[in-house]
Design a protein around this ligand. Structure first.
Ligand SMILES: [Zn+2]
Length: 314
């Protein structure tokens, strides 16, 4: 539910974000962050119990509390649809593998991520991986440990495999993955690689896609304490913020390869719309809010025109 309370919370957080990012941006960049979410418009049903956001102003910064939650939602939906499409149309399944490295200090973080990228490209060409992998979705996530002031970058990778993969000679066990990743990273201290199959059910596909897509901030509806601590550290500690900002600068957090890249292009062109859940809500009104003194204030509510009703009826 798009309650205005959620928007209030995010916009309040974005004040701290605006302070933290200020030295990284030009005057125009800072202005755009300041204006992010200063206006929000929704369509809603007759009693306001269902809402959909239709208009806002976004700064599109990766660490913006307003924008990153929306990006994570969009990425989650995209990944879920792509996975469903590949399962249905190609009869394939997904293997979820997480590649970690030993934690590093802020000063090493960007170099470590670059190293991981090179190692991952090498890993994709390894004959054992090339044999099982029909395409993949890779997401970079960084965890922060405030007790030790260390960062843990890791990749969540969803590999497309044949249904028979886990019982075939192409199967790569957790221990084999560890050895492969150690070789590619040239680091025998790597001990943590997780590998598990994604169950062929809508629930599991949905759960995994959301988990993989989640950004640096916690979901408004969940109370995962590790994510909450990370969010707190990023928004309140300039050094932590700078480390995340520099590490994520000009990087695509989610990348698609092979069959997944083909599906991503199709998704972008609208070719996979039938896999999206249909919103059956009858929208009747438009309601607008502007950011005022520390909270959103409703600035208008009106009945939708017939053309608009048609537009929001999907
Ligand atoms: Zn923003």
């Amino acid at each position: 539910m798009n309650t205005i309370d959620n928007y209030n919370t995010r916009k309040q957080k974005s004040q701290a974000f605006s302070d933290r990012i200020s030295s990284h941006l030009s005057e125009a960049g800072n202005k755009s962050v300041e204006n992010c979410g200063c206006y929000v418009e929704f369509v809603e049903n007759y009693n306001g119990s269902k809402r959909r956001m239709t208009k806002t102003i976004s700064c599109k910064k990766k660490l913006c509390p307003n924008c990153s939650v929306r990006e994570a939602y969009k990425d989650g939906l995209k990944i879920e649809v792509i996975m469903q499409y590949i399962e249905d149309e190609y009869g394939k399944v997904f293997e979820w593998v997480t590649f970690t490295v030993p934690s590093v200090g802020a000063y090493e973080l960007t170099d470590k991520i670059n190293e991981m990228k090179t190692a991952f490209n090498k890993l994709m060409k390894h004959p054992k991986v090339a044999a099982m992998n029909k395409g993949c979705i890779r997401k970079l996530e960084i965890n922060y440990n405030s007790d030790y002031d260390t960062y843990n970058p890791h990749y969540h990778v969803l590999f497309v495999t044949e249904k028979s993969y886990r019982n075939s000679r192409y199967y790569i066990s957790k221990y084999k993955w560890i050895r492969l990743w150690q070789n590619m990273m040239d680091d025998t201290y790597i001990t943590e690689v997780y590998a598990k199959p994604v169950q062929q059910s809508k629930e599991d596909t949905s759960r995994v896609s959301r988990y993989v897509a989640k950004n640096q901030y916690k979901d408004d509806n969940k109370n995962e304490s590790a994510d909450k601590d990370k969010e707190q550290a990023i928004l309140s500690n300039q050094e932590v913020f700078d480390a995340f900002q520099n590490a994520l600068y000009r990087k695509h957090p989610v990348t698609y390869r092979g069959l997944c890249d083909k599906a991503r292009k199709l998704y972008k062109a609208g070719g996979l719309d039938k896999y999206k859940a249909v919103d059956k809500t009858k929208y009747t009104h438009s309601v607008a809010y502007a950011w005022g003194a520390g909270a959103y204030e409703q600035t208008g509510r009106r009945i939708l025109t017939d053309d608009e009703k048609l537009k929001f009826k999907q």
